[in-house]
Design a protein around this ligand. Structure first.
Ligand SMILES: [Zn+2]
Length: 349
């Protein structure tokens, strides 16, 4: 399975969790083609109360979006237009990003929120290795986002997720988190136009390898600023895409701290999010990540149950290149519990 190209770009390594992933999927009753006996329950079939809760969730989402927009475009940073101009002409005005701290007394419990993990969203072509399973074609990605919208899912920001886990801040109905590892230029070419358009304005998190910024197929700073100003979250994926769980403590600390410093300098605010390259992490590394100031840190372990106490070991659901829309739908439906009236609470080890 070793593939130097995959290792170079840091994708594919979470195949080491393949077995766990298959176990996860089989445990959910989905076969390899995505067939499942559980079907999505249309909104019209929901009881009146559920619909009310759903609309109330939407209302909350709209209000939160409006507040975030007002704060983001005001608060002494000028309007959105001047932010865009600043980004194009030089160092950007920082996006108004709140200072986040952990609660003195954690109030959160388990919450079932699927975090989808993507790498590239790109069509086959020169320089694109299309055999590694980590290149989701743009038309597949667009269809997946359309499916999420039609079925009432609401992608949430990293801050919204943190607040929900730390403070039980209400989330919109069917919350879901979109994450993209490695920081490829696909983020602005293929992902952003699908997430921000006339139909939707959805947040996502992009984890960049700070030592690769501006290289080849990796995002440049102006593109990273463009993503931020469009409402996206930027997080770390270390400096050199190091498997932290196998690195010395000194190297791991350096990778965690230096990448955060580079991003904070470039963005003008602290960065609270990280995805571990290869999903490689130990409990010692997770503690180091917390010490370095990260509030949420993602592995590649499959799962969808999240809570504050595992905030530096969060599971994700891999969306693979070969996934049909049907399989994607089955995965998301089951992982989110969208089909069950009373989700079964269970721990993911
Ligand atoms: Zn990676």
């Amino acid at each position: 399975m070793a593939n130097p190209a995959r290792d170079r770009y840091g994708v594919g390594a979470n195949r080491e969790s393949d077995e766990a992933y298959r176990y996860f999927v089989s445990g959910l009753g989905i076969d390899s083609t995505g067939r499942t006996t559980i079907t999505h329950e249309p909104e019209a079939c929901m009881p009146r109360g559920a619909r009310f809760i759903r609309w109330r969730g939407l209302l909350v989402a709209v209000l939160v979006s409006a507040i975030v927009w007002v704060v983001g475009s005001g608060a002494g940073h000028g309007n959105a237009q001047s932010l865009r101009t600043a980004a194009a002409d030089g160092p950007p005005a920082p996006r108004a990003y709140p200072t986040l701290t952990l609660p003195m007394t954690p109030v959160g419990g388990w919450q079932r929120i699927p975090v989808l993990m993507y790498h590239r969203v790109v069509a086959p072509g020169k320089g694109v290795i299309f055999a590694d399973g980590y290149n989701v074609p743009p038309n597949h990605f667009a269809a997946q986002m359309q499916w999420l919208q039609v079925h009432g899912f609401h992608p949430i920001s990293q801050i919204a997720l943190f607040d929900a886990l730390a403070f039980r801040t209400p989330l919109p109905s069917r919350p879901i988190v979109l994450t993209f590892d490695d920081g490829y230029v696909d983020a602005v070419h293929s992902v952003l136009p699908v997430l921000v358009n006339a139909q939707r304005h959805w947040p996502a998190a992009f984890f960049v390898i700070t030592g690769r910024i501006g290289e080849g197929q990796f995002l440049r700073w102006d593109q990273i600023h463009q993503l931020e100003l469009a409402g996206m979250d930027i997080g770390s994926h270390t400096v050199h895409h190091v498997a932290l769980g196998r690195a010395s403590r000194q190297v791991a600390t350096s990778e965690l701290v230096r990448s955060a410093e580079v991003l904070a300098r470039g963005l003008g605010h602290p960065v609270y999010w990280i995805a571990y390259p290869y999903g490689s992490v130990t409990s010692a590394v997770a503690h180091e990540a917390a010490d370095a100031g990260y509030l949420l840190a993602y592995t590649t372990h499959p799962g969808m149950w999240l809570r504050l106490s595992m905030r530096t070991m969060l599971p994700r659901i891999d969306v693979a290149q070969q996934d049909s829309l049907r399989r994607f739908a089955a995965l998301v439906t089951v992982a989110s519990g969208a089909n069950s009236a009373a989700p079964i609470r269970r721990k993911i080890p």
